[in-house]
Design a binder for this molecule. Structure first.
Ligand SMILES: Cc1ncc(COP(=O)(O)O)c(C=O)c1O
Length: 386
């Protein structure tokens, strides 16, 4: 039975063109981009081409991009880097973040708190959107860094990044945005956005795992976390993953090439899943968690609760039927903890404990959504009868 893979927010299949770009680069032999010989210079040229390509998509200067080992590293480097530099330069010692951030941000904030930074966690509304009034109140003359994600990885809700970024800018704080889930689905023009630091990850858009980018706007207070060699203009030491970065650049180019068209296809898959569920089960049998209107959420993530059926039971049954989905983020899915995102949204226990995230991407189609709805209906009817 072919698997229906509806867990693209956890990781995506690598695009065949990205695999080709990786293989071509990796096959070129021992090439360290920091070496001065011809081989090294060729690797540097490849790295430069990848950097230029991603910078063009983001509308930034190539020199503002730092290659990292993934989204988590980018988030960590952004928070530690800006917090430490801000405290040293200005004495500012408050971090403002939101309750629905990925643990790569939240746990970095906890570490900074243990170091003596003050922490304010912004609440969200019932759709998972950060309350602007709370940001307005929290960001002040002591704020070193504000970190709010672009689009949430569990429910897909888009955040008021421009408004919060403007507040941060007006009040002298550094603005960090985790755009790991939004990149490749939303066009991010960094020239126009009040963002100082931006985290991206390759494996969410058809690139390889373990490759990421941290955008550091020129002039942003930033102290490197990884120290050693002077790679990445001394902002992240360590030999760059040249082949992985080439594959990331290829995946990013492809994601941008048909971004709107793919967004519409993802919307169709999402709509089909919902309409088929309504038909099979009735609209009262499940609940959509997060923003529902198009434009207020990412197109590839939908979070649904099936009250009366724990998410573990549902996931196990889906897995047996050949459907891969998840409960919350991949990093917490194995931990049986209730999702901090759904809790922050104020979901009652019977909704938060029965929530499943479906996330779509390359290779998916509406027929799979219809089939999945039928499988869910069969599981639900069987389990609810007991
Ligand atoms: C919003 C968000 N931030 C950060 C990460 C971490 O990225 P990586 O897996 O590349 O470390 C993820 C991955 O799930 C994510 O969804």
């Amino acid at each position: 039975m072919p698997m229906i893979y509806f867990d693209h927010a956890a990781t995506t299949p690598m695009h065949p063109e990205a695999i080709k770009a990786y293989a071509e680069e990796a096959a070129k032999g021992p090439r360290n981009p920091s070496s001065l010989h011809a081989e090294g210079r060729a690797a540097r040229a490849a790295l430069t081409a990848s950097r230029d390509s991603i910078a063009r998509l983001l509308g930034c200067d190539p020199g503002e991009l730092v290659f990292t080992g993934g989204g988590t590293e980018s988030d960590n480097a952004a928070l530690y880097g800006a917090a430490h530099a801000q405290r040293q330069r200005t004495g500012r010692d408050r971090i403002v973040t939101s309750a629905i951030e990925h643990h790569a941000v939240l746990n970095a904030c906890s570490k900074l708190e243990a170091e003596g930074f003050k922490l304010t966690v912004l609440p969200v509304d019932g759709t998972g959107r950060v309350l602007l009034s709370a940001a307005e109140e929290a960001i002040g003359p002591d704020t070193a860094v504000v970190s709010v994600m672009y689009g949430n990885n569990e429910v897909g809700t888009l955040q008021p990044i421009e408004e919060i970024g403007r507040l941060a800018r007006e009040r002298g704080a550094v603005m960090h945005v985790d755009a790991v889930q939004a990149f490749g689905h939303e066009r991010l023009f960094l020239q126009e956005l009040p963002i100082d630091l931006l985290s991206l990850s390759a494996h969410k858009i058809g690139g390889p795992q373990g490759v990421g980018v941290l955008y550091v706007r020129r002039g942003t207070p930033f102290e490197p976390t990884a120290v050693g060699g002077s790679q990445e203009k001394s902002r992240r030491a360590g030999t760059e993953n040249v082949a992985g970065i080439a594959a990331f650049a290829k995946a990013a180019e492809l994601a941008y090439a048909d971004l709107e068209e793919r967004g519409r296809e993802l919307e169709r898959i999402r709509s089909k899943l919902l309409s088929a569920l309504e038909e099979e089960l009735g609209a009262d049998s499940f609940r959509i968690n997060g923003a529902t209107e198009e434009g207020a959420r990412l197109p590839h993530i939908v979070n649904l609760s099936f009250p009366g059926i724990s998410n573990e039971t549902m996931l196990m049954n889906l897995d047996l039927a050949g459907v891969a989905a998840s409960a919350g983020s991949a990093c917490t899915a194995g931990s049986l903890q209730p999702s901090h995102v759904l809790l922050a949204m104020g979901l009652e226990t019977h909704f938060s404990q029965s929530a499943i995230r479906f996330s779509f991407g390359m290779g998916n189609n509406s027929a799979e959504a219809e089939k999945t709805a039928k499988i869910i209906a069969t599981i639900t009817k069987r389990l609810r009868k007991r």
